[in-house]
Design a protein around this ligand. Structure first.
Ligand code: NAP
Length: 542
């Protein structure tokens, strides 16, 4: 292996949590691999997203690898929801502990991956001129790894510093004494706004669509509590993997199957509903909607949950007009990713924060000194963009991926992504995707999904080795059926009404297809296991 070329069993694109775990697993099997990573260190999304207040919205003790009992015992999380720096430290610790970096080539942006049919191998090229060849290629490229600049005229005209949440400078930004403008009130904006507001002289928040946010109720983890929790860690993990909770953690010392409550809000009185939701609100975290079994399926239940949050906003935010602007009304709660915050709504009670509704007074352009809406000019020193990602397909379609006969993935997916199990694409033999469209991915604790996908992929490779197969491809009819099933499952929920990035709705011209598999990690695992038990039903080997 040299700087310019490598020939390995498996080329892995991305050294986030998926790429790292895959490398670890392949080494165990004696297979060779090279990971190509765009950043200069491991960590994936946690390497890039360093904006102030960045923190995980899944609980630390669940948002971590489960593959090593020793690792999970020795690593000490300090808070209920880990900060970005702590998660990055964890990723680096894992890389060092398992000596992963020697097979990772950093600062390599993959531009193309082409299947060479005659040699049955993938040729993966980087912008920096490196070529890695592998019998298999695994795209561990993440779901939220391609930042979106907003489609606003003049976005590059701004003369002051401009920062993008998902490409934040490594040495941080000091907002002291500055007037700051921020565009974007999704999860990133909602985490950054309270922290920037504490530093800045004045903060303008330009909001187009309000989002539902629930309090994290974050805090330091109690060492004794953690010790007790860790005594049952294996059992907790089992529940995360199999339960209906999409792999998220719980706060109980005793492992419990954390599933949504059995009952619908429809059978309960308003007092009972409020009592249940209040308990969830006080407890904090994204599992708020787990209060009712049908919160994401029954419009009446959903409305009751949404009303509860709107009433909370009206109670917290002192200025009634600001409170009303912050109340989401255009989508059912949970159909866009619910945000988890620390002091977000309270921030609007500060004198140095102004909420600007750019729905009623649209942004016309960014200027050299600020921003012009239809009726006002706003001047600020610094512009922050928290405007999201080209999610789920952005990284895959950003590369020139060509399969059998030179067919382009971009052409095959022109009307929306099609996969079998979110793991493979017909016509792209020996190529696997991790947490891709068609997998529970972003609707799950992604660490749980990553480990499951990688284990499945590695098992498949071993099966091929054991049976003398050199090539695997997803069957076209299995892929059609799976893609239709993913849509069908989503259609039975309120998700498609969300107009979210789950549907590609935040990117102009992107096909509107609900991409993640909404049946949960437990149901998905059962399907994958059944496929394996059935001799890899839906895959063709040769
Ligand atoms: P996002 O949810 O897509 O939010 C983007 C924001 O930018 C929206 O408020 C959007 O408004 C606004 N925007 C985009 N273009 C605009 C324009 N031209 N004019 C005005 N506003 C514009 O992106 P995100 O906040 O980065 O979050 C994406 C996902 O990343 C989350 O849903 C979550 O899954 C993940 N994430 C997780 C965490 C965590 O674990 N805590 C933290 C951050 C992100 P509209 O809604 O009107 O389009």
């Amino acid at each position: 292996m040299n700087d310019k070329q490598a020939s390995v069993d498996v080329v892995i694109v991305g050294a986030g949590f998926a790429g790292m775990y895959l490398l670890y697993r392949l080494r165990q099997l004696g297979m060779t691999a090279q990971v190509l990573e765009m950043g200069d260190n491991v960590g994936g999304t946690w390497y890039w997203n360093r904006y102030p207040g960045a923190r995980c919205d899944a609980e630390s003790l669940a948002y971590s690898y489960s593959f090593s009992a020793e690792l999970e015992q020795e690593w000490q999380w300090t808070e209920r929801y880990a900060t970005q720096p702590e998660i990055l430290q964890y990723a680096e610790h894992v890389a060092d502990r398992f000596d992963l970096k020697r097979d990772i080539l950093f600062n390599q942006k993959v531009t193309s991956a082409v299947y060479d049919q005659s040699r049955n191998e993938w040729h993966v090229l980087t912008e920096q001129g490196h070529e890695a060849r592998g019998h298999f290629c695994v795209m561990a490229t993440g779901c939220l790894s391609v930042p979106q600049l907003p489609a606003i005229e003049g976005v590059t005209d701004f003369q002051g510093p401009r920062y993008q949440a998902s490409l934040w400078p490594h040495d941080g930004v000091d907002f002291s004494g500055q007037t700051v403008g921020i565009i974007g009130t999704g999860s990133s904006g909602i985490q950054a706004i309270p922290v920037i507001a504490e530093q800045a002289k004045h903060l303008y928040v330009f909001q187009r669509t309000p989002n539902y946010s629930v309090p994290a109720v974050n805090g330091p983890l109690d060492a004794q509590w953690v010790e007790q929790f860790k005594q049952n860690y294996r059992e907790h993990r089992r529940y995360h993997k199999l339960g209906l909770s999409s792999g998220f953690g719980d706060l109980e010392i005793e492992p419990v199957e954390r599933t949504p409550a059995a009952e619908s809000a429809a059978d309960l009185s308003d007092e009972q509903i409020n009592e249940i939701l209040e308990a969830r609100w006080q407890r904090g975290g994204a599992f708020f909607l787990g209060a009712f079994a049908d919160a994401l399926a029954n419009p009446d239940t959903n409305k009751k949950c949404a009303n509860f949050v709107r009433n909370k906003i009206r109670t917290i935010v002192k200025d009634p007009a600001t409170a009303e602007l912050l109340c989401p009304k255009d989508h059912p709660i949970g159909t866009k990713r619910i945000c988890v915050d620390t002091g977000y709504y309270e921030t609007y009670n500060r004198d140095n924060v102004t909420l600007v509704d750019v729905r009623s007074d649209p942004i016309q352009r960014i200027t050299a000194t600020g921003l012009q809406t239809q009726s006002h000019a706003y001047d600020f020193d610094t512009l922050v963009l928290a405007t999201g990602f080209d999610a789920m397909t952005g990284a895959l379609l950003g590369m020139d991926i060509r399969g059998e006969g030179g067919a382009k993935l971009a052409d095959k997916w022109a009307e929306g992504p099609k996969t079998y199990l979110g793991l493979a694409v017909n016509g792209f033999p020996n190529l696997f995707t991790v947490t891709g469209p068609g997998s529970p991915s972003v609707l799950s604790n992604v660490l749980v999904s990553i480990e499951q996908h990688i284990d499945w992929i590695v098992d498949c490779m071993q099966y091929m080795q054991g049976n003398g197969y050199a090539r695997v491809d997803a069957d076209v009819s299995a892929q059609e059926q799976w893609t239709a099933h993913v849509t069908e499952v989503a259609s039975a929920t309120l998700f498609p009404q969300g107009g979210s990035w789950y549907l590609g709705a935040n990117v102009a011209g992107k096909p509107r297809v609900f991409m993640p598999y909404a049946a949960g990690v437990g149901a998905y695992r059962e399907v994958c296991d059944a496929v394996t038990a059935d001799g890899y039903r839906g895959f063709e080997f040769s």
